[in-house]
Design a protein around this ligand. Sequence first.
Ligand SMILES: Nc1ncnc2c1ncn2[C@@H]1O[C@H](COP(=O)(O)OP(=O)(O)OP(=O)(O)O)[C@@H](O)[C@H]1O
Ligand SMILES: [Mg+2]
Length: 177
Amino acid sequence: MSAAIAGARVARTVDDVEPIVSVRDLVREYRMGDEHVHALRGVSFTIAAAEYVAIVGPSGCGKSTLLNLLGVIDRPTSGTVSIAGERVDQLPDARATDFRLRRIGFVFQRFYLMQALSASENIELPLAEAGMRGPARRARARELLDYVGLARREGHRPSQLSGGEQQRVANPRALGN
Ligand SMILES: Nc1ncnc2c1ncn2[C@@H]1O[C@H](COP(=O)(O)OP(=O)(O)OP(=O)(O)O)[C@@H](O)[C@H]1O
Ligand SMILES: [Mg+2]
């Protein structure tokens, strides 16, 4: 992969703490009939807790492929991915789903908010899926909406929010759990 991992190394006071993300010799090949596409050819890196990292590189270099593996949406051809001390590269589907729910937040470029649900209900959805009860859920959603400055929009459907406001609902939805 020709992508550079540009890490701003902030808050890295203790070097021997376990990294939050650890990737070793990651390979992902796609099969297209007889042809093999080598999307990732042996990528290794670690990311520390509280470290901000951007993955940059030309189109087709493997960024989305890498993110799908870090997000436990896809499995590598070989190599390992550990997140918060847990190996996630070969999890069976049900355990991968559970891991994503508990440990990973996705902010999609197109927000994929549920159109039939209010701002608050959109944020509550993954909380409900994780087993949080109604009152606690609503309180958590209100707290998160307040944090992004949308307390007064909690009853709005996505179509009744601006583009930036929709983004600000998608962000706390990713952070709720
Ligand atoms: N499902 C697939 N089957 C076969 N080849 C694939 C598949 N998905 C991606 N590829 C190929 O793997 C390579 C990496 O693709 P990837 O989507 O990771 O690139 P990217 O860095 O995210 O690019 P972009 O900046 O254009 O989004 C590309 O050459 C692409 O054509
Ligand atoms: Mg991409």
